[in-house]
Design a protein around this ligand. Structure first.
Ligand SMILES: Nc1nc2c(c(=O)[nH]1)N[C@H]1C(S)=C(S)[C@@H](COP(=O)(O)OP(=O)(O)OC[C@H]3O[C@@H](n4cnc5c(=O)[nH]c(N)nc54)[C@H](O)[C@@H]3O)O[C@H]1N2
Ligand SMILES: Nc1nc2c(c(=O)[nH]1)N[C@H]1C(S)=C(S)[C@@H](COP(=O)(O)OP(=O)(O)OC[C@H]3O[C@@H](n4cnc5c(=O)[nH]c(N)nc54)[C@H](O)[C@@H]3O)O[C@H]1N2
Ligand code: SF4
Ligand SMILES: [Mo]
Length: 599
């Protein structure tokens, strides 16, 4: 292929950049400058996915290299067992990943529900607003104040930066992130306290009579009950709990009062059992200020990218929760585009359970903790090598992903499904281009770009719910039985004595060098220098779920009662709990405290 070719990045990221390539062989990739969100700059991860990452080349069965035909025969035999499961990760965000749902339905297998990612927050938003609509980035550009709330934008969402340029900026994060350093106000709060921050701010807004009464009367008539609910929260005790004071809350209110405000909320606030309440509380604060359905205002979270589409891969099967799947119940498990042995919480449990599966099939690009356990390994094609359609959870643009490279390696999800339909005597799979046309055909055109049918320039302008005629629902309950172990108040001086009595919050965000567990694996735990550990020292982190050894990296940007272990770090999920959020069936990676042991 020598002509210019357009496609989109398939990696799991807010930005869903459009790309263009020129030339033969591994293409030279650039961004598309005219794209309304991508603005032409691409991140280094994309290049890693094409130039650096070492692919699985040969299919394997029982440890032996075999031909693709033999490997697919083995998959067909495995799918004839009584109990099959498809566990799909988020390695590729193209919609054609889901074509394998059709196969699972036809063999009487199960799928998963819930999420490792944004499910708790999504559930909270749906309770408040009925549907989780994406706030278009151009509304962010019209804001006066942007509150970056538990999102590490410079790392995970770099293409949002031009939209927040020049705004009054507030960051709420236990870590002094790069964006926090640029902010007018950084609330370096205790982790897991965002619900309280939002509720107290709403309480103060009511106290100073700056709520948007006109909007509330029309769109959120139960605001009086919410006002009473906020008053059940004791100010002094909660301020201390959050790790803030009246002065800081007052400064925060200055950023919110009579301003066009956008809250850019990330996954960080909701990796807890209470994650849905947090988004409900942030939404309730936004409603109190009248921030929905107005230019330059709103809450931008990870949106439902498939909203508004008729999904040809929606199937009716039984399902099990993705974050706590009991793999050993199944005879055959097909892991597609994911690395559950490392990405799911509670690795001890997950690995034990995966080992008990008779036929573990790994369908992916790279060797990892999961491929190492699999009986059958099927190399996939990467997103440069197949046709697809890319939606985004950060904006409403839809891109056709075109095949840019011819490769002998691997098989696409569509061809995999087709081959198995053939082997199992199943009928009814349509041609690939029909599915792609079905997705694209539902989009609206905006100049040369496609956009999601759910797009609304100013979401919730008419009201809430699917049809836009419901009222906003305020949170009216907060059910939290996680016991906070006593906070330590004095930081230890450096000493050679073994110390293992302090318990730290585990923060486990994303890394700039990796896309989840792809491309680069870390081995470090980041700790504040005052915690008394030395750079390069090996320590064991211990939680009630498991333990693992990490190398200390000192970082004074981290709250001293927290440790940061990014999610590309080998072993991090030995520490995390196999529990689900109260709503949304989401993983709760940060519902845990750890002890640091010197070794
Ligand atoms: N480079 C890169 N980009 C990525 C990814 C990647 O792996 N690498 N992964 C992609 C995926 S799958 C996702 S879901 C998104 C997620 O991207 P983000 O939404 O940015 O989520 P995280 O990186 O998990 O964490 C964001 C921030 O939350 C903070 N935080 C932790 N706990 C709390 C808390 O209790 N309260 C508050 N207020 N803040 C807290 C962390 O310190 C961190 O700065 O990123 C996507 N983009
Ligand atoms: N401790 C901790 N754990 C976390 C998180 C955290 O913040 N902290 N974040 C969670 C979040 S938000 C997410 S989204 C999950 C992500 O977790 P996973 O969904 O498991 O994602 P990855 O680990 O990146 O694994 C993706 C795999 O997909 C394969 N792949 C890539 N492209 C394709 C393709 O086109 N076809 C096929 N068949 N395979 C492909 C690659 O081999 C790659 O190894 O991790 C979760 N785990
Ligand atoms: S990983 Fe994200 S920022 Fe990087 S090229 Fe892909 S979509 Fe763009
Ligand atoms: Mo994610």
């Amino acid at each position: 292929m020598s002509e210019m070719n357009y496609s989109a990045c398939g990696l799991d990221c807010y930005d869903a950049c459009q790309i263009v390539t020129k030339g033969e062989g591994p293409p030279h990739i650039t961004g598309v400058e005219s794209h309304p969100v991508g603005n032409g700059a691409l991140c280094t991860l994309l290049n890693k996915s094409i130039h650096q990452a070492e692919r699985i080349v040969h299919p394997r069965v029982d440890g032996k290299e075999v031909s693709m035909v033999e490997a697919l025969d083995a998959v067909a035999t495995a799918l004839k067992t009584a109990r099959s499961l498809l566990w799909r990760g988020s390695g590729n965000m193209g919609v054609m990943q889901d074509v394998t749902n059709l196969l699972m339905e036809r063999v009487g297998g199960s799928l998963t529900h819930g999420s490792l990612c944004d499910g708790a927050g999504d559930a909270g938003i749906k309770l408040s607003r009925g549907v989780n609509r994406i706030l278009p980035p151009e509304q962010i550009a019209k804001a006066d104040t942007v509150v970056v709330w538990g999102r590490n934008v410079t790392v995970t969402n770099a293409h949002i930066m031009p939209f927040i340029e020049g705004k009054k900026l507030v960051v709420i994060d236990p870590v002094k992130t790069a964006i926090a350093k640029k902010a007018g106000l950084h609330m370096q709060i205790e982790p897991r306290m965002d619900y309280y921050v939002a509720i107290l701010l709403a309480r103060f807004v009511f106290m100073e009579d700056t709520e948007d009464t006109e909007w509330l009367e029309e769109f959120a008539p139960e605001f009086d009950d919410f006002y009473d609910y906020t008053r059940e929260h004791r100010i002094k005790a909660i301020l201390e709990h959050i790790g803030t004071d009246l002065g800081e809350m007052g400064r925060m209110l200055e950023y919110l009062r009579d301003q066009k405000v956008v809250f850019l909320v990330g996954a960080g606030v909701q990796k807890y059992s209470t994650g849905s309440y947090t988004l409900q509380a942030i939404d309730a604060l936004a409603a109190t200020l009248g921030l929905f359905g107005k230019e330059g205002c709103g809450v931008h979270y990870l949106g439902s990218s498939r909203l508004g589409f008729d999904d040809p891969f929606a199937v009716d099967t039984t399902s099990v929760p993705k974050a706590t799947t009991n793999f050993s119940y199944f005879d055959t498990v097909l892991v597609q585009g994911g690395n559950p042995a490392a990405s799911m919480p509670d690795s001890n449990r997950v690995i034990k359970s995966l080992k008990e599966v008779q036929n573990l099939i790994y369908f992916g690009l790279y060797e990892n903790e999961t491929s190492a356990l699999a009986r059958i390994v099927i190399p996939a094609k990467n997103f440069f090598e197949k046709e697809d359609v890319r939606l985004s959870y950060g904006h409403h643009y839809v891109s056709k992903m075109n095949k840019l490279i011819e490769s002998d390696i691997g098989i696409s999800e569509y061809d995999f499904t087709k081959q198995l339909f053939g082997r199992l005597g199943l009928e009814g799979l349509k041609p690939e281009d029909e599915y792609i046309a079905h997705w694209l055909g539902q989009c609206e055109k905006e100049g040369e770009y496609h956009r999601s049918p759910a797009y609304e320039a100013c979401p919730y302008e008419e009201g809430f719910g699917e049809a836009g005629d419901d009222a906003f629902e305020f949170i009216d309950d907060y059910d939290d039985d996680f016991i906070n172990p006593k906070r330590f108040t004095k930081y230890r001086k450096q000493s050679s004595k073994k110390k293992s009595d302090e318990r730290f919050w585990l923060l486990t965000p994303k890394s700039a060098k990796s896309l989840n567990t792809q491309f680069f694996r870390d081995s470090r735990v980041q700790i504040h220098p005052n915690a008394g550990y030395a750079e390069g020292e090996e320590v064991r982190l211990v939680s009630e779920h498991g333990s693992h050894t990490f190398t200390v990296h000192l970082n004074e940007d981290i709250k001293p009662n927290c440790v940061v272990v990014t999610n590309n770090t080998v072993g991090v999920n030995y520490l995390t709990p196999a529990i689900l959020s109260e709503e949304g069936y989401n993983a709760c990676y940060q519902e845990v405290k750890v002890t640091v042991e010197q070794i």
